[in-house]
Design a protein around this ligand. Structure first.
Ligand code: B16
Ligand code: MG
Length: 212
């Protein structure tokens, strides 16, 4: 193993709750219920695809122009939440693990669908742990397509087979496998069962646990 590639939302920081609040505000405005369970379907999915899933849940039809407007409005609200983020919102155990990875001389990259990655990393104080950032502004194909992880490996100059991906979304685990990488699922084995290893969070997690 030469490099670790980390998804951002739901792995390093809990920004999923802000995505949820911002999508819920849109659903409220459109007059339908949007639950936290529904929100699970949007994890790791691109912004436009998320909107399409939301509209399908609400049974609402929109023109392309209306969709653009709604996605922009949601993103504005989402950015107002994440611009107030602090390093306290880094998920438990994450910083200790990142320090161990760096101390072991492994390379690190972000592999996130989010176009808001730079703002989140700056607000959370995560930039210092990363050698490269591959995000939604650099790719055209969403997970489960491997593009964002392959981009991360390329930026690091590491062969994909020497990379391990940390992901909280099923589509992300699939994307890692499609890239020829191993995957550690962060969350529940029910949804992430295809990963080589599933852990609930990074608390107490050590590099030596990567035995595959
Ligand atoms: P944005 P990840 C993903 O980030 C989120 O999980 C997903 O819910 C979101 O729709 C997507 O980023 C796009 O985010 O609207 O900020 O560009 O999990 O791949 O880090
Ligand atoms: Mg995620």
């Amino acid at each position: 193993m030469k490099a670790c590639i980390f998804d951002l939302d739901g792995v390093l920081v809990d920004s999923a709750k802000y995505h949820y609040l911002a999508w819920k505000a849109l659903a409220d405005k459109l007059g339908f219920e949007f639950t936290e369970k529904d929100n699970e379907r949007l994890k790791g999915v691109s912004r436009m695809k998320s909107l399409e899933i939301l509209l399908e849940i609400g049974g609402v039809l929109m023109s392309d122009e209306e969709k653009e407007k709604a996605a922009t409005e949601k993103n504005g609200l989402y950015r107002s939440f994440i611009s107030k983020m602090t390093p306290d919102e880094i998920l438990p155990g994450v910083e200790d693990f990142l320090k161990e990875v760096k101390a072991a001389g492994l390379k690190t990259s972000i592999g996130s669908a989010s176009k808001n990655t730079p703002l989140i990393m700056e607000r959370a104080g995560l930039s210092k742990y990363f050698d490269a950032v591959a995000d939604g502004t650099m790719v055209s194909k969403a997970k489960p397509d491997p593009e964002v992880f392959l981009k991360g490996a390329e930026l690091l100059g590491v062969d994909p087979k020497d990379c391990v991906v940390f992901e909280d979304a099923e589509a992300g685990v699939e994307a890692a496998h499609n890239a020829g990488m191993k995957a550690v699922g962060i969350g529940s084995p029910t949804t992430l069962g295809k990963a080589e290893l599933v852990i609930p969070n990074f608390v107490g997690f050590k590099l030596s646990y990567l035995t595959f």
